[in-house]
Structures are given as structure tokens and as C-alpha cells.
Design a binder for this molecule. Structure first.
Ligand SMILES: NC(=O)c1ccc[n+]([C@@H]2O[C@H](COP(=O)([O-])OP(=O)(O)OC[C@H]3O[C@@H](n4cnc5c(N)ncnc54)[C@H](O)[C@@H]3O)[C@@H](O)[C@H]2O)c1
Length: 273
């Protein structure tokens, strides 16, 4: 019997839904039948994803949200509840890096002179952007006693990548928070509220385009290093996250909580030799 995932009747809220990985996830959720609240930093950006879903025959609404401003997240929750009636699924996909928060290849921007502001910006976006979104958007789950949250981690979380000090620390925080929140919801509210994370390997997106690829599309030395350390020998395609996401939010994963699932072409399994 083929295994299909049917999310009809479910409402999914996705932060970073206008981004490269987030929009693929939104489209995947909509194709499985969910109503998708696409959250982006502006209504125009979010509408690009929601319009694509509508054009494909799905159901979606765009929302402008800053994941670092609790009021905008609360306003989004109220709008989703008033239009869709519930929030069953929350995907925390907003995130990113700031080149000013990275040590530079020649180490002129180094541990000792990286601007605190850039470090703070990166840590806040990747860690607090998820924590605040959970505070605001998971409330209906606590009230209903059911729901699913999927946070987006990174390969930088378990073994930090060189140069991206604040990003790696924030994503390590996401793995920790995922486990904490899974236990918290199961113990304090309901075992039917599950929290997991996906740790993507390397996908070519706006966030890392300049680090991974040159203008002519060829790989930079860092991009080459990434591919060499990915046993499958290539970068991922955003759609390749969707199967894992749909499984995690579906009833098929009803006994799965507190996990961080790599979708990485084998990167995390490879010792480099
Ligand atoms: N691209 C990769 O290879 C990769 C690997 C591992 C993890 N990730 C993670 O995947 C997620 C999506 O990244 P992406 O690669 O699609 O990059 P992206 O830049 O295309 O998407 C990031 C999204 O976050 C949104 N965002 C940024 N600041 C925000 C804010 N203050 N409030 C609300 N939204 C905000 C952006 O508008 C955008 O929609 C991020 O959490 C990223 O860290 C990406």
C-alpha cells in the first residue's frame, strides 16, 4: 500500500517562508493539503510564495513578520487564527548569516575585532527568531493539546563550521532548544505536541551564494571543500528537504519528538577520509 501524507484541514505557519528553503517547504506542505501561512519580512516577499501556491491550486496567505519583534509574531498569530481558525504546524525557517559576523579567509576580521553588533544580529536571528516564534505561534498548540513544530538547524550545529562563529553557536542553541521544547511540551501540556529539527546539509541559496559559488556558477574553494566532504558529491536541492519535513509533521512520526534529523547527502556521517 503506498504511503501518502495528507495534511488536509491542517494549518501550517512558516517563518522565512519567502526564502529559498522556506518556500520549497511551504509549497510541499501546500501540495500535501495544508493551508499555509507564509511569513516573510515583507508582504510582497511572502506573497511571492503564497501566489505560487495559489497558482498551483493550493491554499496560502502571506504575512509580514519580523521574528525578532514579538508584537509582529503575535499579530500574525491572531490573523492566522481569525482567518484559518488554528495553527497545527509551525516551521521555524527564518535564519541566516551576516558576512560581518564571520572571520575572514585571511583572518583580518578575526575573533578579536569582529563587531559585537554583527555577532549579536546573527545569534539573535537564528536563535531568538525561533524562540520568539515558538512563544507566539505555538500558543494555540498548547491550548489545543496538539501540534507539531519543526525547527531548521544546520550542519554547523553539532560540529561548528570554520569562520561562522555566531551562526554555529546559534544553531547549536537550536538543537538544544528543540530537545528542551520537546520535553517541555510533552510534560507540561500534551504528548501530542511534538518538536523536532531538520539539520540541512548544504544547499545553494541567497544566504550562502557568495560563499559557495562564483559569479560564473563554479564553486569557490569553500564550496569545493563542502562538496568534497559530502559523500553524495553535490549540493542539495531545496525540494530534497520536503520528504523529511512532511514525514515529521505527519502522523507517521507521532512517536518522534526531540530529534534533529540530518538531510545532508551524508556530510555528517563522513570523517573526511
Ligand atoms: N542554505 C543552506 O545550505 C542552509 C543550510 C543549513 C541551514 N539553513 C537554514 O535554513 C533556513 C533558511 O535559509 P535559506 O538558505 O533558505 O536562506 P534564505 O535567505 O533564502 O531564507 C531566509 C529567510 O529568513 C527570512 N528572515 C531573515 N530575517 C528575518 C527576520 N528578522 N524576520 C523574519 N524573517 C526573516 C528571510 O526573509 C528569508 O525568507 C535558515 O534558518 C538557514 O540558517 C540553510
Amino acid at each position: 500500500m503506498p504511503y501518502t501524507i495528507d495534511l488536509s484541514g491542517k494549518v501550517a505557519a512558516v517563518t522565512g517562508g519567502s526564502g529559498v528553503l522556506g518556500s520549497a517547504m511551504c509549497r510541499g506542505l501546500a501540495a500535501a493539503g495544508a493551508t499555509v501561512a507564509v511569513m516573510g519580512t515583507s508582504l510582497e516577499k511572502a506573497a511571492r510564495t503564497s501566489d505560487a501556491i495559489l497558482a498551483d491550486g493550493g491554499v496560502a496567505m502571506p504575512l509580514a513578520v519580523n521574528v525578532l519583534e514579538r508584537e509582529t509574531l503575535d499579530a500574525a498569530r491572531e490573523e492566522i487564527l481569525s482567518i484559518c481558525g488554528n495553527i497545527d504546524i509551525l516551521i521555524n525557517c527564518a535564519g541566516g548569516n551576516n558576512p560581518d559576523a564571520m572571520t575572514s579567509p585571511d583572518n583580518t576580521r578575526n575573533l578579536f575585532n569582529i563587531e559585537q553588533e554583527a555577532l549579536q544580529w546573527t545569534f539573535d536571528l537564528n536563535f531568538f527568531g525561533t524562540l520568539l516564534a515558538a512563544q507566539a505561534l505555538a500558543q494555540p498548540m498548547a491550548e489545543a493539546g496538539q501540534g507539531v513544530i519543526v525547527n531548521i538547524s544546520s550542519m554547523a550545529s553539532q560540529r561548528p563550521l570554520t569562520r561562522v562563529v555566531a551562526y554555529a553557536a546559534a544553531k547549536a542553541g537550536i538543537d538544544n532548544f528543540t530537545r528542551w521544547l520537546a520535553v517541555y511540551f510533552a510534560q507540561e501540556y500534551s504528548p501530542h505536541i511534538r518538536v523536532n529539527a531538520i539539520a540541512p546539509g548544504f544547499f545553494l541559496t541567497e544566504q550562502n551564494r557568495l560563499i559557495v559559488s562564483n559569479e560564473d556558477g563554479s564553486l569557490t574553494p569553500r564550496g569545493q571543500q563542502i562538496v568534497s566532504n559530502t559523500p553524495m558529491g553535490r549540493l542539495g536541492q531545496p525540494e530534497e528537504l520536503v520528504g523529511t519535513l512532511l514525514w515529521l509533521v505527519s502522523d507517521g512520526a507521532r512517536f518522534v519528538t526531540g530529534t534533529v534529523i540530518p538531510v545532508d547527502g551524508g556530510y555528517s556521517a563522513y570523517g573526511g577520509v
